[in-house]
Design a protein around this ligand. Structure first.
Ligand code: NI
Length: 189
């Protein structure tokens, strides 16, 4: 109890590495001991950082840690007004087990790529496997926007960013243009 209160008091917002930082292009290493207090602390700090940044997902390489750890935290907010609500979830050593052939394009942004939105093709539905923060192996089926977030964050573990996935430069827009054009279209995320 005291530990968790102390943790909350001392949790800090981490610096999010920006495009051009070579760390964003590295392949992340698997985590061997989920119970390691350093890993648990890192998860708390990433959850806090994500909340403060109003993002829906964050990968450890984005805060300069080359580890296979992502947070998925879909919720409606200013950045993504139509996102479904879910409990923020830490996924350790995640992988895609299978996916539908069908892809769909949707708008994405990234806390490491400010001021830009891109139209990115992703699998519509995926089955994923990961270890949760308690150390339990999980298998989940994800679809739509949550599946999109997973694929975006998983890419970070492979040293990729969403810009690598857009099919044409014409599918890249500034954030201000994005908001101007998409405010009233509920299909856009
Ligand atoms: Ni990102």
């Amino acid at each position: 109890m005291i530990n968790s209160v102390m943790n909350k008091l001392f949790t800090k917002k981490l610096t999010i590495y920006q495009l051009g930082n070579p760390q964003l292009r590295e392949k992340a290493e698997p985590i061997t001991n989920v119970q390691d207090p350093k890993i648990q602390k890192l998860i708390d700090e990433m959850l806090f950082t994500l909340r403060e940044s109003r993002g829906v997902g964050l990968a450890a390489p984005q805060i300069g840690r080359s580890l296979q750890l992502i947070i998925i935290a879909s919720h409606p907010n200013n950045r993504y007004p139509h996102a479904p609500l879910m409990e923020p979830t830490a996924m350790i050593n995640p992988r895609i087990v299978s996916h539908t052939e069908e892809t769909e394009k949707g708008w994405e942004g990234c806390l490491s790529v400010p001021m830009i939105r891109g139209l990115v093709p992703r699998y519509r539905q995926i089955t994923v496997e990961y270890c949760d923060r308690q150390g339990n192996q999980q298998v989940k089926e994800l679809d739509g926007f949550v599946a999109r977030i997973f694929q975006h964050e998983y890419d970070h573990l492979e040293g990729k960013v969403f810009l690598d996935r857009v099919e044409s430069n014409l599918d890249l827009v500034s954030e201000s243009e994005y908001y101007r054009n998409n405010q009233t279209n509920p299909k856009d995320i």
